[in-house]
Design a protein around this ligand. Sequence first.
Ligand code: KG4
Ligand code: ZN
Length: 356
Amino acid sequence: MLILGIESSCDETAAAIVTDDARPDQRIVSNVVLSQEEEHRPYGGIVPEIAARSHLEHIDTLIEQAMKTANVSFADLDGIAATGGPGLIGGVIVGVMSAKAIASVQKKPFIAVNHLEGHALTARLTSNVAFPYLLLLVSGGHCQLLIVEGVGRYKRLGTTVDDALGEAFDKCAKMMGLGYPGGPIVEAAAKQGDGTRFDLPRPMVGRQECHFSFSGLKTAIRRQIVQLGDEAMTDQDVADLCASFQAAAGDVLIDRCQNALQQFRAIHPGGDTLVVAGGVAANQTLGARLADLEASENITLVVPPPALCTDNAAMIAWAGLEQLKAGHIDPLDFKPRPRWPLDPDAPAAIGAGVKA
Ligand code: KG4
Ligand code: ZN
C-alpha cells in the first residue's frame, strides 16, 4: 500500500509518501516539510491569513517533491490523505482541496485525517505499538491524555482548561523576548539554567483527575520577569527561568500521567505503554523526566523521533493508511473542520470538578 499524505493545518506545509512495509524503518518513502517559521516570527505567533496564503503558494511544489523523492506517480498511489482538521481553517482547506483534486482526477480514495490522530498513531508508524495504549498528546494547540483503543477509537481522560503546554512554552518565550516558536528555544536556554532557582507553581498537581492548566505558570513567569526587571535580565536569569519553567512543566506531566495510568489500567488491566506525541514531545529534557515513569510505574515509554513529533505529513499519510485498512474512505464533499475532537463524548473539563 502506498499513501500520499498532506499536512497544512498550522504553520508547516508538508507532503509525504508512506507504505505499510512490515519494517517500521522502511515505511517512510519520502517526507518533506516546509516551515513557515520565518514568515510568522516577526509577529511572535502564527498569523492565520499569512499561513493560508503560504500553504497555497507552496503546496504543489511540496507534493511534487514528495512524489519525486519517492519516485512514484499518482497512478501508483492507493489513497490520498490530507489533514481535514482541527486547525487553522484556511490552511486546512488548501490541503483538503489539493488532496480531493488528486483523488478525483486519479479516481483514488480520499481520506480526511484528524490531525490529532496523525500525532496519536505516529508511534505505530515508527515502532509497531499495539492497541490499547495511553497517549500524552502535547502540542501547540492541544494538551490531552487519551486512551487509544484502536483506529478512530479514543477515550479522553484529561485536557487543558486553559493553555496547551506548547502554547505556554511559546508565550513564556515571547515574554522573555526569545522568539518563536518558543519550545525549542526555551529547551536550549534551560540547558545552562538552574531549574530550582525560581519557585514556580505546579498547577493541578495532586488533583484526582487528569486535567491540565498552564495559565498560572505563565502568570508566575510574567511576575518573575517584572521582579527581575525586563531590561535588566541577564542571560543567566533567562536560562534559570527557562529551566525552572521546564522543571515545573515536567512535574505536572509526571503527576498527570500517573493519574492517567491508574485510570487506563482500571479500564485495560495490564496496559503498560505510554506514548508521547505532538510538538512538545520533541523536548528531550521532558522526555527524560517521563522516562523515569518506566521504572516507577513499570511501563514502556514510546516517544517518536523529534522530527516526527512536530507537524509533518508522514503521520498524516500513516493515519490515512490505517484508516483505509480499517475500511474508511471519505466522500469528496468532506467539509474541513476547524474543530474535531478525538473523543466527541468526553465531558468538558470545566464542570468535571476541575475548578476549585
Ligand atoms: O505538534 P506541533 O508541531 O503543532 C501543533 O499541532 O500544535 O507543535 C508545535 C508546538 C509549539 O508550541 C512548539 O513550541 C512546541 O510544539 N515544541 C516544543 C519543542 N519543539 C516544539 N516544546 C518544547 N520543547 C521542544 N523541543
Ligand atoms: Zn500538531
